[in-house]
Design a protein around this ligand. Sequence first.
Ligand SMILES: *[C@@H]1O[C@H](CO)[C@@H](O)[C@H](O)[C@H]1NC(C)=O
Ligand SMILES: *[C@@H]1O[C@H](CO)[C@@H](O)[C@H](O)[C@H]1NC(C)=O
Ligand SMILES: *[C@@H]1O[C@H](CO)[C@@H](O)[C@H](O)[C@H]1NC(C)=O
Ligand SMILES: *[C@@H]1O[C@H](CO)[C@@H](O)[C@H](O)[C@H]1NC(C)=O
Ligand SMILES: *[C@@H]1O[C@H](CO)[C@@H](O)[C@H](O)[C@H]1NC(C)=O
Ligand SMILES: *[C@@H]1O[C@H](CO)[C@@H](O)[C@H](O)[C@H]1NC(C)=O
Ligand SMILES: CC(=O)N[C@H]1CO[C@H](CO)[C@@H](O)[C@@H]1O
Length: 609
Amino acid sequence: MDLIPNLVTNLLVLSFSIAVDSPMEANRITILAISILDKFQMASSTLICDTQPWKELEAHAEDVKKTHLRDLLSDDERSRSMVVEFDGIQLDYSRQQATLETREKLFKLAEVASLKEKINRMYNGEHINSTENRSVLHVALRAPRDAVIQNDGNNVVPDVWNVLDKIKEFSERVRSGSWVGATGKELKDVVAVGIGGSFLGPLFVHTALQTDPEAIESARGRQLRFLANVDPIDVARNITGLNPETTLVVIVSKTFTTAETMLNARTLREWISSALGSSAVAKHMVAVSTNLTLVEKFGIDPNNAFAFWDWVGGRYSVCSAVGVLPLSLQYGFSVIEKFLKGASSIDQHMYSEQFERNLPVLLGLLSVWNVSFLGYPARAILPYSQALEKFAPHIQQVSMESNGKGVSIDGVPLPFEAGEIDFGEPGTNGQHSFYQLIHQGRVIPCDFIGVVKSQQPVYLSGEVVSNHDELMSNFFAQPDALAYGKTSEQLQKENVPPHLVPHKTFSGNRPSLSLLLPSLNAYNIGQLLAIYEHRIAVEGFIWGINSFDQWGVELGKSLATQVRKQLNASRTKGEPVQGFNFSTTAMLTRYLQASADVPADLPTRLPQI
Ligand SMILES: *[C@@H]1O[C@H](CO)[C@@H](O)[C@H](O)[C@H]1NC(C)=O
Ligand SMILES: *[C@@H]1O[C@H](CO)[C@@H](O)[C@H](O)[C@H]1NC(C)=O
Ligand SMILES: *[C@@H]1O[C@H](CO)[C@@H](O)[C@H](O)[C@H]1NC(C)=O
Ligand SMILES: *[C@@H]1O[C@H](CO)[C@@H](O)[C@H](O)[C@H]1NC(C)=O
Ligand SMILES: *[C@@H]1O[C@H](CO)[C@@H](O)[C@H](O)[C@H]1NC(C)=O
Ligand SMILES: *[C@@H]1O[C@H](CO)[C@@H](O)[C@H](O)[C@H]1NC(C)=O
Ligand SMILES: CC(=O)N[C@H]1CO[C@H](CO)[C@@H](O)[C@@H]1O
């Protein structure tokens, strides 16, 4: 094992000894020695689970599992030190199955995982998306105008602001009615066509703003809709009631080749041109893409294409033109700028705050603790706000597509599970659905997200509390119900019939954390988004995986290509199904036979609803 380091040392000694007489050769030998050392370090790169802090945490978890949250929570000093506040947001993680010692050990793990260096490398534009040799700079998308963020030696912030300024100008023209449709009518309705990251993030923000008083005012008389799934039912549903004359379609696809998005785009192009003529397309369709050639070929004026960059991953793209364009058309740029500022505030906090007070870092480390040491694979995201209805579906993609990996960043198979299973529903709806399992079945750590001031306060005279206080009573009660549970002794004291005691017992000791936001305006929505984005990055940095690629989505796509070809060949030329295994062949054949009424020459037919 010492062979390589010895060789390197000898080479360096040699290079030193000849440095005066043959400086060129000496230089060459030094470079050789360094590159050998580099390769060696890569090959022997240790997995995080082989480090001492990881092993200590494993041993420590055995101790912590013996404690009950009831006892941990009786220590006020501990609880006090597990509340952190930043920029109006309060995080309480005292109901985590963790002691002060756990926290210290997690910080040690962060150190050996080089967490701080990895965060810095992300912000410094290094190519941390190594499988694709790209930097990961969604933080640049919301950086202030005068910030400097480098990618390959160029400051990208001016490029970001060029696009933001262009969006501001364009959205103002559409909203003021100076940009009109082909028949001279104002464009009041927007359909954003995109899938995955081009859909879930913008839908989350749109849904969250829909009931915010300032956003309501600025969106009066306007509609924003989304079209994601390639299922024709989605087209039918989402264009129902829209008039092409007053509709602007935004096509969102980085490469302008995403199969689902482009078929939906062609469908809406047909919907517009069959009503208004093909020359209407340039007035009614714009694009968010990096491929201007394909945009133009499609019939969209490349001047109406809004750029983003290869250092923006789809699931991290809501702060780029992907989200900012449709959302600004609906709510006006000034509202969306507040959203960007909220995210930027968390970006600066994540970058500069010490770990003890750093919300995303604490959240990320605690998630690793749960998943890797306590063995809880899932997480429930439970916002007590209907406006956050689409938050869990968005985080599902950010988290599961980022961290659902089987190998380390160096390609070594992981002997532990990375990633977590995210799901969730707003409370109190979730309470009437899956909370039973969380209270008495499996242990699923929960994120409770609450808001101090409702977007839509409602009071009824004569009621005990306001409607929002009623909602929040649940937000405060559930975490304690999970943590403390209810013992059989308590039930006996309450004279519960003995045969019901086991059914009414709650084991407790179920971890959760609580995040309390001051309100839910555009700024707070930006903060919440960035906290979760960074939390997920922290988890990936600790596990030592690449949280920024998504190779797992490729295989299904390429197999679908083969099926698509077969369907065309069978329908147009009657070719038998071949090249598939028995099961697929049988089902494809049945599908084709039972749908033989689909015309082979495909005359155009739009949804009829
Ligand atoms: C990665 O990208 C940089 C600059 O963008 C380039 O100089 C370098 O050669 C690339 N590395 C690989 C392995 O492709
Ligand atoms: C449109 O489609 C998506 C699913 O693809 C759905 O989530 C959304 O709510 C639909 N409706 C509107 C009005 O955008
Ligand atoms: C645009 O797409 C075409 C076809 O896929 C490709 O050949 C071309 O290189 C792309 N251009 C850019 C700038 O990505
Ligand atoms: C990383 O690179 C892959 C492949 O180019 C890309 O699809 C992904 O979006 C990148 N991720 C980020 C966060 O930039
Ligand atoms: C573990 O800890 C986090 C952060 O405290 C908590 O919110 C979450 O519910 C837990 N579970 C998982 C799997 O992350
Ligand atoms: C579908 O099949 C027809 C004839 O069988 C062929 O001409 C056409 O190119 C095929 N379409 C595609 C997109 O492969
Ligand atoms: C025996 C057989 O037909 N195997 C096929 C099963 O399906 C895979 C994936 O389509 C094919 O690659 C095999 O050839």
